[in-house]
Design a protein around this ligand. Structure first.
Ligand SMILES: Nc1nonc1C(=O)N[C@@H]1CC[C@H](O)C1
Length: 246
């Protein structure tokens, strides 16, 4: 999967592919990352990319033309069609379902804004999708772009292999993940749940599902409300709730 990122700090976003899973994915040719700096598409001495907002108010707004030229340069750098994605608080909240869809695309062009944002006409003319990584305001869209790249990269075939299927089971079904444990068995008197030491994979799977259902019920009832629970799930959740009440 190819990512082109339009940003005033292209090297910063590119660094996401210098480490860990995303670094390994790039080294193995499973993803590529290309930065485009709008300042390279300015023609004045100050390399101006922003200006004061019409209507007054604080801060600056990113101008259409440098961004548009950077996007066009990114489009033409690869013959495949590209979806242009703008990261902003006004976008659709990014979730695993959205990431799963984006990770199927051959390439995306990510637009990372700065200042108060970008001229609305650039969105109308060039942007296909607007996504948000959360209801808070960052100083720039670069971190949001890196979050999206990371979340997509780990879904690419060959990046995580079988570890992905385990890691994705719960959340890809809209539930929070179950708790995880590793050696040693006891930490400050806190023991690993005995079921995980039992070697009984049926019991372990059931326990993990119950924990995922229970934690989602406790922490994100909004997510649970979106799920169609099977009878078995309902029984597991009731068991979790009884155990909690005991
Ligand atoms: N939340 C978010 N999810 O994606 N992007 C953001 C975000 O806060 N962007 C900043 C807003 C003003 C500045 O231009 C960049």
């Amino acid at each position: 999967m190819r990512f082109d990122v339009v940003s005033l700090f292209p090297g910063w976003v590119a660094s996401v592919a210098d480490w860990g899973i995303t670094g390994r994915a790039r080294d193995r040719g499973l993803l590529s990352l290309h930065g485009w700096d709008p300042r390279d598409y300015t023609h004045d001495r100050h390399r101006t990319v922003d200006d004061r907002p019409y209507g007054g108010g604080p801060g600056m707004v990113m101008k259409v033309d440098p961004l548009r030229q950077a996007i066009q340069a990114a489009r033409h750098a690869d013959p495949r069609p590209a979806r242009v994605i703008y990261l902003s608080p006004q976008g659709r909240p990014l979730d695993q379902a959205g990431v799963q869809r984006l990770a199927t695309l051959p390439r995306v062009i990510l637009l990372a804004g700065r200042y108060e944002g970008i001229d609305e006409r650039l969105i109308q003319l060039e942007v296909d999708e607007e996504w948000s990584i959360g209801d808070y305001v960052l100083s720039g869209g670069e971190l949001a772009a890196m979050v999206l790249i990371d979340a997509c990269a780990r879904l690419l075939p060959g990046v995580l292999g079988d570890a992905l299927s385990a890691a994705q089971d719960s959340f890809s079904q809209g539930l929070l993940d179950c708790p995880h444990y590793t050696r040693p068995e006891v930490v400050d008197g806190l023991a690993v749940p005995e079921v995980l030491l039992s070697g009984d994979h049926g019991r372990i799977t059931g326990w993990r599902r119950k924990q995922a259902l229970g934690r989602t019920w406790e922490r994100r009832p909004d997510l649970l409300a979106q799920q169609e629970l099977s009878e078995a799930d309902c029984r597991l959740l009731e068991e979790y709730q009884r155990e909690l009440a005991d």
